[in-house]
Design a protein around this ligand. Structure first.
Ligand SMILES: [Ca+2]
Length: 195
């Protein structure tokens, strides 16, 4: 299949890596049920974003949970889903995830091992996109780029669910994530032609 892309927006470029890239998307809101500090996922808390390239950003560990989202459930898979609102529909290209990080290695088991990603245009009808698998080395960097290019979908909402942590019994079954971003093009600004 050959794909040609007519771009009306100025945000989409062909990168030097030879893959399509778009703009970094910071969600406008996040909901995560009765869990600890969901806004920490999208407010750049503990995120070193001084470098222009998001692939060089780090999520710095702390001696407590500040800067990370965290929830408790047994099993971890029962944690309520995390739902991000991107603010407008996007053609999604990839997800950026920084795992939970803590200066005490004993809490490394709170790091997320995997979760399922669903996308939606209207917040009612959902499509399963992929399963994200994260490294669990608790080094405080832990950026995971997951390519999810969906040129056929207009994604406004993204939902993470079906969580699995590196340890299911840390402090009464707790698990978390550090920060989340996405990459894509505003759907209103592009015209896709699939040949
Ligand atoms: Ca954070």
């Amino acid at each position: 299949m050959r794909v040609s892309v007519s771009v009306l927006a100025t945000t989409a470029i062909l990168s030097t890596r030879g893959v399509l890239s778009g703009e970094v998307i910071t969600p406008v809101s996040v909901e995560a049920g009765l869990t600890y500090d969901p806004p920490a996922l999208i407010n750049a808390s503990n995120l070193d974003s001084s470098d222009r390239d998001i692939l060089n950003w780090t999520h710095n560990p702390t001696s407590h949970d500040a800067g990370c989202w965290k929830g408790s459930a047994n099993p971890i898979a029962d944690l309520p889903p995390i739902t991000f609102d991107l603010g407008q529909p996007y053609v999604l290209l990839c997800l950026y995830t920084w795992n939970y990080s803590h200066t005490n290695p004993a809490y490394g088991g709170r790091q997320m091992r995997s979760f399922v990603v669903n996308i939606s245009t209207n917040g009612d009808t959902w499509t399963t996109l992929t399963t994200v698998h994260l490294p669990g080395d608790n080094e405080g960097v832990l950026l995971q780029r997951t390519n999810v290019t969906r040129i056929d979908a207009r994604t406004r909402y993204v939902r993470f669910s079906d969580f699995h942590a590196y340890s299911e019994d840390v402090h009464g079954a707790e698990a978390g994530l550090g920060e989340v971003r996405f990459e894509g093009w505003p759907a209103s600004g592009i015209l896709l032609v699939i040949l």
